[in-house]
Design a protein around this ligand. Structure first.
Ligand SMILES: *[C@@H]1O[C@H](CO)[C@@H](O)[C@H](O)[C@H]1NC(C)=O
Ligand SMILES: *[C@@H]1O[C@H](CO)[C@@H](O)[C@H](O)[C@H]1NC(C)=O
Ligand SMILES: *[C@@H]1O[C@H](CO)[C@@H](O)[C@H](O)[C@H]1NC(C)=O
Ligand SMILES: *[C@@H]1O[C@H](CO)[C@@H](O)[C@H](O)[C@H]1NC(C)=O
Ligand SMILES: *[C@@H]1O[C@H](CO)[C@@H](O)[C@H](O)[C@H]1NC(C)=O
Ligand SMILES: *[C@@H]1O[C@H](CO)[C@@H](O)[C@H](O)[C@H]1NC(C)=O
Ligand SMILES: *[C@@H]1O[C@H](CO)[C@@H](O)[C@H](O)[C@H]1NC(C)=O
Length: 741
């Protein structure tokens, strides 16, 4: 798996250059074909059984006993039951048939998918705070943390919450404090690249960024070279951080992710934040869904990034009903990098350029006329300014104009350029930093600039420092954010909601540079990056904020509070509507007082899974409960007590679906809520009863929503709002055509 920053071009390069093969020290010849498999065995069985020895003996049944212990990478026994081991395919197949095994799957490597952002959503510094905020512990499963960052200063913090059972790995100069109360790293294969630090210390930047977004303290006058200057802060500045370093320069391995989940829940974290994802699979072959399930069972919500594979439909990667899936949207600012030509024309491009050329005009050349022919490069290579393709004699000391293939500053730098101007048709709703002055123009402006450089003798140009402008269209879901529908259970709407994930300023690691290009030497305490990796910790922080007021609320209740209090989004800028933004844009200030909640516990998810065709045997193992999956427990997908309503069918069909829901009163003891329905053409929504009256807090009321939809090619978006005059408890109601697979 990998962290979900978008798209981290430098990390992508690292994956290729550092990808080391797992080998198997001292084992026999045929072990060369072994890979890491995860054997998932469900809940912790009751009784005094030693799971570690059970795992060992299961392994000894399929591998020579002399090597069993060295092949076992992890024995998971705190939060759920299972193990990770190096096995051949034949051995894995043998384990698959064994008693007590739910699933056996190959471990994969996942990818890693301001502070204006909080003010932008009306969550000001002066927002009401819970006295218990400092008891909330947020578990960050990421690339580690930079403990010296001012965002993690523990001045004024009281003692560590007593419920904390974890510890702090202090290797390589890493120390915890009263803010970072625990830290541990996971790397079962023992392979470390040159960038990796063998401690919880972050050498990539991503983990420091996400941790400070969720829970960082207030740091005034933070900026990235003067850009986005202001007070940077997390949602819950008094909350504590527990660090689980599972991602390294080459990505994040499944067996390490599961080990972190196993520990985090046992250590006593309240919320888990995980900005990592891979390819969609069935729930119990997916380590993140498995980890999130057992966290949920133990009262811990997992907040997940939706992924950076948008805007195609069904591109979402974390979509289990028991976790929160967060899309990424823009905030009300954008970064403009102007380009000025010798003829006086000025064009607005996008990028983050912190380098100051002091408006000096430099000779300007088209990469396409400057190939380095010694290695056989032609104009067809050098026009894209590919690495090694430019002729230094022609390009040195100049600004080079490049056609778009992918933007990478290394080619121009290696050719001796002072700066680079790209023309690209790519989406411009997010920006990157580069290792030299660089601006990215749209194709229309690019054509004028090409004409100028192509027809003017002694053409000149300069690139200005980036300036921040207002983005009046915000918020809209950014192009790269992964879209629904849910690829496994279409009728559970995903993503759940959206949060800021574009051009976010937050803490950075000082063991790395701004871009991690070998040519970049800029070391910064705060950096601006984009991704659903950045939106996920915004939702994590908001969830921790809700939890600080309602420590006993279940993961589903917290999720419901976040989903039903959102700012509504518009499909004007996101034609994929709810597939882009789910219920809407997170509104943490309101989420602590949702009025009503759609609660759900393990038993509800079990009924849902039962209805999805999971067998009694599997469910008994997963839940550790002897209850079998009977006709009574089998529940239709529309009856899972979810805070959104989705139905799909083949296009051209007219379908009616019945949804059963129960809400719990958490607003005013005596209250009466009226159902307000918004149903566009093609959707008929009936709610029975249409008024819910409550006499006490915690009281539950059930209702039935009947939706009749004429399924066309586009998603039809309606809503149901329970309104008591104070609270508006809003759920999207959507109907859409099933994807034809
Ligand atoms: C933490 O903040 C306090 C108060 O602002 C300051 O005096 C102290 O130097 C900071 N500590 C570190 C390690 O930066
Ligand atoms: C440990 O920290 C000290 C003080 O910041 C620093 O001088 C030293 O280089 C660090 N050592 C390692 C191994 O990072
Ligand atoms: C680089 O450009 C110069 C000037 O046009 C030319 O003389 C030289 O042959 C070129 N070198 C290569 C390696 O392409
Ligand atoms: C052309 O490329 C070769 C190989 O990388 C390099 O040694 C040479 O200096 C380059 N020449 C110019 C003029 O850029
Ligand atoms: C202008 O572009 C054309 C077509 O790409 C090319 O043949 C010509 O050499 C260019 N002229 C200059 C001055 O770059
Ligand atoms: C370009 O600059 C050179 C040197 O300054 C000059 O001799 C030449 O006339 C200029 N060419 C054009 C087309 O302006
Ligand atoms: C476990 O089983 C008991 C009765 O056998 C039942 O009441 C309970 O709801 C079950 N729990 C789950 C999570 O299935």
């Amino acid at each position: 798996m990998a962290v979900q920053t978008y798209p981290l071009p430098w990390l992508v390069l690292l994956y290729f250059t550092l990808g080391l093969l797992v080998c198997c020290h001292g084992a026999s010849e045929n072990r060369q074909a072994s890979k890491v498999y995860i054997v998932y065995m469900g809940d912790i069985p009751k009784g005094d059984l030693s799971l570690a020895s059970l795992h060992n003996s299961m392994l000894q049944d399929v591998v020579p006993s002399s090597v069993a212990s060295e092949l076992l990478l992890y024995s998971y026994h705190k939060t759920f039951n299972g193990f990770a081991a190096k096995l051949t395919k034949e051995e894995a197949d043998k384990l698959r048939g064994k008693q007590g095994v739910v699933s056996v799957f190959l471990s994969q490597k996942k990818q890693l998918h301001t502070s204006r952002s909080w003010d932008f959503m009306g969550f000001s510094k002066k927002v009401k705070r819970s006295l218990f905020e400092s008891d909330v512990i947020v578990g960050m499963l990421d690339t580690g943390i930079w403990p010296e960052s001012e965002s993690f200063n523990d001045t004024g913090f009281g003692p560590i919450p007593q419920k904390w059972k974890g510890n702090c790995q202090t290797s390589s100069n890493f120390t915890c404090n009263k803010k970072i109360i625990g830290a541990k790293y996971y790397r079962a294969n023992g392979e470390f690249g040159p960038i990796d630090i063998q401690s919880p210390r972050d050498s990539i930047g991503h983990g420091s960024h996400t941790a400070s977004t969720a829970t960082g303290g207030l740091v005034s006058k933070a900026s990235f070279y003067g850009l986005a200057k202001g007070t940077v802060r997390g949602a819950v500045p008094s909350a504590r951080i527990a660090v689980y370093k599972i991602c390294w320069a080459d990505g994040c391995y499944d067996e390490d992710i599961l080990a972190a989940f196993d520990d985090a829940v046992a250590d006593g974290v309240d919320i888990i934040s995980l900005s990592v994802g891979g390819f969609p699979t069935d729930y119990f072959n997916d380590p993140i869904a498995i980890g999130a399930f057992h966290s949920m069972k133990n009262g811990v919500l997992t907040s997940n990034s939706a992924g950076n594979s948008g805007p195609g439909l069904a591109s979402i990667s974390n979509f289990s009903p028991w976790s929160l899936s967060v899309a990424a949207s823009t905030i009300d600012r954008k970064f403009i990098t102007k380009v000025k030509l010798g003829n006086g024309d000025i064009y607005e491009g996008t990028s983050i350029n912190t380098f100051d050329l002091k408006e000096k005009m430099y000779p300007f050349i088209y990469g396409g006329v400057a190939p380095n022919t010694s290695l056989g490069y032609t104009s067809d290579d050098s026009r894209y300014c590919l690495l090694g393709s430019l002729n230094r004699t022609l390009v040195e000391g100049k600004i080079v104009f490049c056609d778009y293939f992918f933007i990478n500053g290394n080619g121009p730098i290696e050719g001796g350029a002072v700066g680079a101007i790209f023309q690209s048709g790519a989406n411009k709703d997010y920006v990157f930093s580069y290792q030299l002055p660089l601006s990215n123009l749209n194709l229309d402006d690019g054509r004028f600039v090409f004409d100028y450089v192509n027809t003017t003798g002694n053409a000149t140009a300069t690139i200005l420092k980036t300036e921040v402008q207002d983005n009046h269209f915000a918020p809209f879901v950014v192009s790269f954010s992964s879209r629904g529908p849910n690829p496994v259970t279409a009728d559970i709407l995903k993503p759940d909601l959206t949060a800021p994930g574009v051009d976010i300023l937050a803490a950075w690691s000082e063991a790395t540079h701004v871009t991690q290009s070998e040519y970049d030497t800029r070391v910064v305490p705060y950096n601006i990056i984009s991704g659903t990796s950045m939106s996920c910790p915004h939702a994590t922080g908001a969830a921790a904020y809700v939890k600080s007021f309602h420590p006993t609320w279940s993961p589903a209740a917290i999720k419901s509070a976040l989903m039903t209090t959102v700012f509504a989004m518009s499909n004007v800028y996101n034609i994929e509507s709810e597939f882009a933004y789910g219920a809407g844009h997170i509104n943490p200030a309101l989420a602590a007082q949702p009025g009503l909640i759609y609660d759900a516990g393990e038993i509800d998810y079990v009924k849902f899974l039962c209805g999805q065709g999971y067998s009694s045997k599997q469910l008994q193992l997963i839940t550790g409960n002897i209850t079998s999956c009977s006709e009574d427990t089998k529940e239709l997908v529309w009856d899972l007590n979810y805070p959104s309503f989705a139905l799909s069918s083949s296009p051209g069909n007219s379908v009616t679906r019945v949804f059963h829901r129960t809400v719990t009163n958490v607003g005013s003891a005596v209250s009466s809520y009226k159902a307000v329905v918004n149903a566009p053409l093609g959707l008929i929504i009936q709610v029975q009863p249409s008024v819910l009256s409550f006499k006490s807090l915690g009281q539950k009321q059930s209702f039935v929503v009947t939706v009749r939809a004429e399924i066309g090619n586009n998603i039809i978006s309606g809503s149901l709002i329970w309104d008591d005059g104070v609270h508006k408890v809003r759920s999207p109601v959507v109907a859409f055509a099933s994807l034809i697979k």
